[in-house]
Each structure stands twice: as C-alpha cells, then as structure tokens.
Design a protein around this ligand. Structure first.
Ligand SMILES: CC(C)(COP(=O)(O)OP(=O)(O)OC[C@H]1O[C@@H](n2cnc3c(N)ncnc32)[C@H](O)[C@@H]1OP(=O)(O)O)[C@@H](O)C(=O)NCCC(=O)NCCS
Length: 151
C-alpha cells in the first residue's frame, strides 16, 4: 500500500533508512521532511511494514526528488516505479514545470529506472559525491529531469 507518511511514521522511516543505506538521512532530516509544508514523504508498505519511501520537495517552479529507497529484500518488484509514479503525480499537482534529481553516476539501477520513467540527462557535477566505499574516489552526480504536464 502506498500512502503519504506523517510524523508518527518517523521511527519506521528512520529504521528503513539506517537498514538500507550506508549514508542515510538523519532522524532530524527525516522529521523535517515529514513536517515540511513544501515536502511530501511517500511510503510503501508490505505486510504492514514500511519497505520503501520517496521524498519530494516543491521549489519555486520545479520539484526535486530528494530520496528514493526500497529495502534490499523488496527490490525488482516494481515498488520504486510505483513510488516514482506517485512523486510525478504530486509534482504535477503542484503545477511544477519539471521534476529534477541528482544521482550517483555509478548507480546504474537507479539511472535505468529514471530513464525508463522518461527522465533525460541535463549534465554532470564532477566529484560531487563523497566516496561510496572508503578508499574509492569521489563520484560524479548525474543531473536528470522530467518535463511535466499539469494534472
Ligand atoms: C534504485 C532503487 C530505488 C530501485 O528500486 P526497485 O524497487 O528495485 O525498482 P523497481 O523494481 O521499481 O525497478 C523498475 C525498473 O528500474 C530498473 N532497475 C531498477 N533496479 C535496477 C538494477 N539494480 N539494475 C538494473 N535496472 C534496474 C529496471 O528497468 C526495473 O525494471 P525491471 O525490474 O522490470 O527490469 C533501489 O535499488 C534502491 O533503493 N537502491 C538504493 C537507494 C538508491 O540508490 N536510490 C536512488 C537514489 S537517486
């Protein structure tokens, strides 16, 4: 089930971030996103447990996908695609012109997902991300966007 998350989902959201992501959002950042007037946190549940979420922020003319995460045991079942579809709907309802995102240039799975949803590549920020693993170099950010129609 896909739904908008609220303040009382914070514990489950923070647990999912910590379990599934090495550089996870802090509890304070997640609480800020849940409370923000210009952010939406969408979650997807399986058997009553939160297994994925997306965070989207409203900017003056555009929206930005700030996080998208599915728990490792639930990947390749279409859940991120569902979350992304709901994010796109939200951005359309805000009457945003484009949905923007940044992704690690080596994150092939996420890039394939975004391309399949119609995102195009707008550019690259060299060395934007800190190394994913100690000892590796910094990683480029790929800047992507999806033009939006009004809802
Ligand atoms: C990226 C991520 C959100 C994808 O979640 P998911 O639920 O597995 O994605 P979906 O099942 O909806 O995938 C839809 C399509 O995207 C593409 N895709 C997704 N993951 C992929 C992978 N690892 N390799 C190649 N293609 C992939 C495929 O085209 C897939 O369709 P298919 O399964 O029919 O081939 C998930 O792997 C994740 O949480 N990764 C860690 C966090 C992250 O990188 N987030 C993105 C930050 S920008």
């Amino acid at each position: 089930m896909l739904r908008r998350l609220a303040a009382d989902d914070l514990a489950a959201l923070a647990a999912l971030e910590q379990q599934a992501q090495p550089r996870s959002w802090s509890r304070d950042m997640l609480a800020g996103a849940l409370a923000g007037a210009d952010t939406r946190v969408l979650g997807i549940e399986s058997q009553g447990r939160l297994v994925g979420h997306a965070i989207v922020a409203r900017l003056p003319f555009e929206a930005e996908l700030q996080a998208l995460l599915v728990a490792p045991g639930h990947r390749r079942q279409g859940l991120a695609g569902e979350l992304l579809g709901a994010v796109i709907e939200q951005a359309r309802c805000w009457e945003c012109e484009r949905l923007l995102l940044e992704v690690r240039a080596g994150n092939e799975g996420a890039i394939a997902l975004y391309r399949r949803a119609g995102f195009i590549e707008d550019g690259r920020r060299r060395g934007y991300y800190p190394p994913r693993v100690v000892g590796e170099g910094r990683e480029d950010a790929l800047l992507m966007s999806l033009p939006l129609d009004r809802c």
